[in-house]
Design a protein around this ligand. Sequence first.
Ligand code: CAA
Length: 259
Amino acid sequence: MEYKYIIVEKQDNGVGIITLNRPKAYNALCTPLLDEVSSAIKDFDSDNSIGAVVLTGGNKVFAAGADIKEMADLGFADAYNNEFVKKEWFALEKHTKPMIAAVSGFALGGGCEMSMLCDITICDTSAKFGQPEVKIGTMPGAGGTQRLTKAVGKAKAMQMCLTGDMIDANEAKEYKLVAKVVEEGTVVDEAKSMAAKIASMSQPVVRLIKESINNSYESTLQAGLESERKSFYTTLALEDRIEGMNAFVEKRKADFSNK
Ligand code: CAA
């Protein structure tokens, strides 16, 4: 697929990079852009040479949300019948490879929601997160009231969604919306090196861990613990588990085969 709104790169170390590239509109998430992101994620998901993905808007802006100009004429029937913010977001939500959001500048509305559906979000000191939909007479529609509440808690989520106020990088860190804050201009490199570290691990183990952590949102503690234990037993059947433990005992770096 030829891409107009994103740049897709594949590194030799198993890292895939998707860069939103609509700078004149602060990477506003128009439908064609979302279709391209979905397509790139699906390609990376089915590519065995890719172990982790970085999703970024580059070192200036992440994304200023859904495209308001596109939404201006959107009515209920069109949105409902065509599953607006559902079908375009499905691939993003269902990605199986660990995905790191590298955020610089604005991550607003759908941009904040896109960062939250990644597995890890890191940002630089210029980052500003917000759910400003209330200011334009609507509300978050792609996880802003759900994932945000789970990440930052009810009081902060209410404040952000009801006032539309943004929070800066420090507050995002304090409220556990991001895993790490780095210096301005370095977030993409930081995300790439984190992704390279993940891509160097055994892919089936990484996937089991990701599924198990995500499962903690959907299940009770006991059910989650049971499922985690079974996943742990599953790793014992992997060649990579034998390689990993032997490498430790022999004081060498493990060479995983993803089997
Ligand atoms: N959609 C479409 N275009 C956008 C946009 C968006 N979300 N955000 C910015 N742009 C465009 C502007 O229209 C402008 O284009 P023109 O030069 O053609 O006029 C360009 O980007 C630059 O924007 P500004 O002139 O406004 O730049 P600024 O520096 O003064 O302000 C901003 C930057 C604070 C990000 C401001 O643009 C803004 O508030 N944007 C809208 C943020 C927003 O409300 N996001 C939520 C969208 S709704 C949503 O996401 C729903 C959902 O949950 C699915």
